[in-house]
Design a protein around this ligand. Structure first.
Ligand SMILES: NC(=O)c1ccc[n+]([C@@H]2O[C@H](COP(=O)([O-])OP(=O)(O)OC[C@H]3O[C@@H](n4cnc5c(N)ncnc54)[C@H](OP(=O)(O)O)[C@@H]3O)[C@@H](O)[C@H]2O)c1
Length: 349
């Protein structure tokens, strides 16, 4: 049997860190051997350093690990990062400087021009910017990021339509409370309510979508020249971000062409059979009232985007609904798939 690659998690005790611990269980390529967090947790057993918020409990093999300081030293070369954003910039850079491959879920480096904002189904080519990152920063390591949890749902829904020339997008989110981490939004604020503001989220969705769907031009990533307008709302749903999308397409395709594009969509992770890749990354649901977060977000191990309700839009050209699991495909699962893509490219050798 092939030896698994030892991996670690920066920020392993937090909410996203726990999702990494859970998602990495049973991964055939990666073996979780190292957990790091703040000096409040360092030196403690993982089981004593955190309160487990997910179903099923922390696996014993991880619960028995001693939490380390997030300083380069004895960590494995490949590190997933779920660090608090207030400290992620410097700590991730320090690990890249020390030669580590940092596959980060934090927002800090996403929009830097030499850092891939990677969705393996959409822009695997963007990994080609890494040698430029290494030259410009003078480090042997690398930093690769995954998008914000609502952006990933939007971009996976839009990806099959890119061939028709996306020129305008209006996206409205209905975002789950788990996206705010733990303890997140106060129960008194969100129960039976909608909060029409998530700080910084609309800007992130707009800019990240353009970068993700942009083209690698040999020495830079050129953003998709489409106008993107996002409205972000927190709703009383536990897991699963829903996004309603209106889109303008320059090729003016017929609706049947859009259906065919959704139904046939497949990409690099599927061709390479990466372990965490969903067999079909975008699943079109024909029922009039789907997708729904409670019924669909967990399907396909939380790694696919579900799309439905495609119809003409009287303002732009077409409109549809997209749904994805925000803490799996929008966080830990996205980063693990990124690392699998990098391994399949020989970047972890
Ligand atoms: N929550 C989500 O659904 C979600 C979704 C997408 C992206 N994100 C992003 O993912 C990151 C983590 O979010 P989260 O909700 O998991 O946060 P969290 O629960 O507050 O966890 C933060 C983690 O960072 C560690 N940390 C804090 N200060 C540190 C320091 N000075 N040195 C080393 N480690 C330190 C914490 O360790 P201690 O336990 O020792 O304090 C903990 O492990 C954030 O950047 C967030 O924006 C979150």
């Amino acid at each position: 049997m092939q030896t698994r690659i030892e991996v670690g998690i920066l920020g392993a005790t937090g909410m996203v860190g726990q999702h990494f611990v859970k998602f990495l269980q049973g991964n055939p390529w990666f073996d979780l051997k190292w957990v790091g967090a703040s000096d409040r947790s360092a030196g403690k057993k993982y089981r004593d350093a955190m309160t487990w918020h997910l179903g099923g409990g922390a696996p014993d093999s991880v619960a028995d690990l001693t939490v380390e300081d997030c300083k380069p030293g004895n960590a494995p070369r490949l590190l997933f990062s779920a660090m608090d954003a207030s400290v992620a910039t410097e700590i991730e850079r320090a690990f890249a400087q020390a030669g580590h491959v940092v596959v980060s879920n934090s927002r800090n480096h996403r929009m830097e021009s030499d850092v891939p904002l990677l969705v393996p189904e959409i822009n695997s080519e963007h990994l080609k910017i890494i040698p430029m990152q290494q030259r410009a920063r003078g480090w042997k390591g690398q930093i690769v990021t995954n998008p914000n949890c609502s952006t990933i749902v939007l971009t996976m829904g839009l990806a099959p339509l890119k061939q028709f020339g996306i020129t305008k997008v209006i996206a409205t989110t209905l975002q789950a409370i788990s996206g705010a981490g733990y303890p997140g939004v106060a129960s008194m604020d969100i129960t039976g309510n909608v909060i029409p503001f998530i700080g910084g989220e609309e800007e992130k969705m707009q800019q990240e979508t353009q970068k993700i769907m942009g083209e690698f031009r040999g020495d830079r990533i050129e953003p998709l020249p489409a106008k993107v307008s996002a409205h972000c709302n927190r709703v009383p749903v536990v897991d699963g971000h829903t996004v309603t999308v209106s889109v303008e397409l320059s090729a003016k395709p017929a609706m049947a062409e859009l259906h065919a594009a959704f139904d046939s969509y497949t990409s690099v992770p599927q061709a390479r059979q990466l372990p965490s890749a969903p067999p079909r990354p975008v699943i079109y649901m024909h029922e009039a009232n789907r997708p729904q977060p409670r019924k669909d977000a967990e399907r396909e191990r939380g790694m696919a985007a579900f799309v439905g309700r495609l119809r003409p839009c009287p303002v732009l050209d077409y409109k549809f609904v997209a749904l994805g699991h925000n803490t799996v495909r929008g966080a830990a699962g996205a980063a693990v798939l990124n690392a699998e893509l990098m391994h399949s490219e020989g970047m972890l050798d």
